[in-house]
Design a protein around this ligand. Sequence first.
Ligand code: NDP
Ligand code: BG6
Length: 486
Amino acid sequence: MAPSLPFDHVTIAVFGASGDLAKKMTYPAIYSLVANGMLDVNKLHVVGTARSSYEGSEFQDKIKKGLKEKKDAKASISDFISRCSYVSLKGYEDTESYSKLDAAIRKLEPEGKKSLRLFYIALPPSAFEDVSGNIKKKCWPEGQTNRLIVEKPYGKDEASAKKLSKHLESLFSEDELYRIDHYLGKDTVKTILPLRFGGNPHLSSTWSREHVSAVTINFKEEFGAEGRGGYFDEFGMIRDVMQNHLMQWIVLLGMEPPKSLSADDIHEAKLKFISDCKPIVPEDVLVAQYEASKSDKEKKAYKDDETVKNDSKAATFATAVMYVNNERWRGVPFVIRAGKALDETRAEVTLHYKTPAKALFPTATPSTFTVRDHPEKSHTLTLSTKQVGEGFSIVSAPLVVDFDHASPSASVKASYVPSAYETLIFEAITGDHTWFIPRAEAEAGWRVWDKAISGTENRTPFAYEYGGQGPKEEKEFLKQRAHDVH
Ligand code: NDP
Ligand code: BG6
């Protein structure tokens, strides 16, 4: 049975329903909530909207392709699709289109019942202000609960983030706003808290500059930005994932223990850490863009995509080195690395431990501790140990917890494992802000990245091949800045 919600009916209105996020994440997440019994399909409608127009069942067919039938599902894909509709807008600034949308939603809401409208803006940030303004004007009925989910990036820099905040503040209360970063819906990101502040003194007591020589965040994708130029080309890799997703991971990894697990205390600890981060300087940033693969004709250069400008300098790969000015982390480089169109898909954070000053075994590889989200969800601690057998060879051996393959009896995996988007959409429906981003944090995050972005966005990026390991210049760049990374 679906958990009881304080609403008789929920309408989720997805702006940007024609786009990549909606197809890959938003609709599959909503269906999964329904299939797993978290939302009752008979009390739900999903209204997609964007400027694209679709004939007949074209939109539903497109959405269907992104959904996977689930065993023992509480509702079938066809049941779900029958609750999905689409409204085409003339333009995001066209107020009349929003009246049309409001009328369409109104028709779906049962009269005299308690309804929730959840608006999800899955659009490039340049559209956030028009869209939110028009939603408030035309689609935000008095006397019922309405909420708005705003995607990242939150603005383009600190000034535009503040401007966006002012605009949103003039329309909505902070309680009605949900600034989403789906990395905060990931178990592998949130797990940093129990790892550090649970019963692991061997980790928590070594989690500082005394023992750690560097922290690395490595984000790699095998695919490029194909078809997403309308959004990506204006924003680039730093704004797309580093300033938000990867930064959230670092914040949980680096912050001091919150006073409690309440939303306010977690938000306070996060904000304090962000204010301790030194602004990243352009000299500590390397940017690159992918060129066509030499062996696979399908893997075209970034600039060959028809949605991208011919002279684009957008970075599809970047490495940045950040420092934190506090007692715990002073002097430790945080190496943040993200790239599209590389040789593999991977997302992980690693603590690199120092070699002890008086090592009896100077050839031993210092220990590392890694939390990984892709390709599998795992924790790995590498230990220096003696090779089993003759002699005294020192080897590095991994201790691994692999959540993807752990059996339920290992008690590390629940029977229902929601995706990050499922978790967060459900939390927005229940009104829990803990893993969303408060205004102050959304603005402060840019202070760390503004110089890094403005100082590199007009640079000619280095080149790397689609399917390769990134630009060859990165090796020297890292050698000069974080030589301890092993
Ligand atoms: P898309 O490029 O697919 O854009 C989504 C939709 O927005 C398009 O279908 C198009 O709809 C409309 N659109 C595109 N360009 C513009 C423009 N310049 N001005 C106004 N509308 C435009 O982007 P994504 O779906 O990938 O991303 C949307 C948002 O979601 C971004 O903020 C991104 O950061 C965030 N996001 C994306 C993820 C992903 O994996 N794709 C994951 C996490 C967050 P139409 O033309 O029909 O109006
Ligand atoms: C999105 C970015 O926010 O995150 C995409 O816009 C990126 O470019 C995606 O592919 C990565 O998310 P995940 O969960 O696959 O690591």
